[in-house]
Design a protein around this ligand. Structure first.
Ligand SMILES: [Fe+2]
Length: 354
């Protein structure tokens, strides 16, 4: 299977993965043959990408670090929790911990702890998808840094609730498609303090989560908010969540901007290593991020073009590539596989569209 933008989707293609709406309703089942009508239907739900199965991508399997049904379940539950009116006072820490344990269990049982979250989702469900993704990415980074047991779970709870304070901010400001005024931005910044207060008032929520809500926008060089903390004055869990938060935000389509590709975001974030982000945390994070997720169409330095077919354990950026077009632009009758881990002379230089 491989992922294509809905713009490039044509009637007759086969859908490789079931497509859901925000509420978990099935829009189109895996195995369906696309029609013009259902392409328009998906567009009306703000779906921007789909997985398809075709001759070129036959046998390529995209595996998630957390099973899709579990992500959907956690997303639906977090939505229920976050839209409960009493939330403006406190949250039920035990319920949140159950969700984190579910995600963590799945991550620890996956063969490859490589995040592949630039996933198929509607623009509308950003808040809930973002919370779940930041939780998964933070847990993965925490594991890579050797954090274990209760500390790891507390990191997950804080990551899942890092933006909880946004429920106190005017929706009109949060959804504004244009640049915020200075006053509006000052208002948005308050979500950190509001989040801290909500979680402090909550039962069974550890102080790690309070600190994450308060400090996930602090930056290593002191340019963050709310208190312009620097370096190790920013608690470790907040440094981890800051990275997951920025990565997921930039790899997602928003009302006011188009998403960036994973490798572009990684390049951008590396340029801010030791400025905005803690280098040790960023390095741990990057070692578990695939710049070119399985199913991505890529170009090699040899000029050959193909699809990322599978990862090599611990080397997400030296995957196996299924070459389908040779260096002269000719479609190969029989595709060949190049393992970039075994062939160091090859590297991915760009992505392309099929
Ligand atoms: Fe935030």
């Amino acid at each position: 299977m491989r992922k294509i933008s809905l713009e490039r989707a044509r009637a007759g293609l086969y859908v490789a993965r079931t497509i859901h709406s925000l509420d978990g309703i099935v829009l189109l089942y895996a195995g369906s043959k696309l029609t013009e009508e259902n392409i328009q239907h998906l567009k009306s739900y703000n779906i921007t990408e789909i997985y398809i199965e075709d001759e070129l991508s036959k046998g390529i399997v995209v595996t998630d670090v957390v099973r899709e049904d579990i992500v959907l379940d956690v997303k639906a539950k977090i939505k229920t929790i976050m839209t409960t009116p009493s939330l403006k006072i406190s949250v039920d820490g035990k319920k949140i911990m159950e969700l984190v344990e579910k995600l963590l269990d799945n991550i620890l049982n996956s063969d490859f702890i490589i995040a592949n979250l630039s996933d198929i989702r509607s623009i509308d469900d950003y808040t809930y998808s973002h919370s779940v993704n930041v939780c998964i990415l933070s847990l993965i980074t925490g594991i890579a840094l050797g954090i274990k047991g209760e500390n790891l779970k507390d990191l997950g709870v804080g990551a899942l609730l890092h933006d909880i304070g946004k429920i106190m901010i005017d929706e009109k400001i949060l959804q504004k498609p244009t640049n915020l005024t200075i006053n509006e931005f000052d208002e948005v910044k308050k979500h950190t303090v509001y989040g801290y207060e909500i979680l402090k008032n909550s039962n069974d929520v550890n102080s790690t989560a309070h600190i994450i809500a308060l400090s996930h926008h602090e930056r290593k060089d002191g340019s963050g908010y709310p208190y312009n903390l620097k370096n190790n004055d920013i608690p470790l869990p907040a440094r981890i969540v800051a990275i997951a938060d920025v990565y997921d935000a930039l790899t997602t389509n928003r009302i006011y901007r188009k998403k960036m590709l994973p490798h572009e975001v990684v390049d951008y974030m590396c340029s801010l290593s030791n400025k905005h982000f803690d280098k040790t945390c960023l390095d741990a994070f990057i070692s578990h991020i695939a710049n070119y997720p399985v199913g991505t169409a890529v170009m090699l330095n040899s000029g050959e073009k193909g699809l990322v077919a599978k990862y090599n354990k611990n080397f997400p950026n030296r995957p196996v590539v299924r070459v389908v077009i040779d260096e002269n632009g000719k479609m190969l009758v029989k595709p060949k596989e190049i393992d970039l881990f075994r062939k160091p002379e090859y590297r991915i230089v760009d992505i392309w569209d099929i």
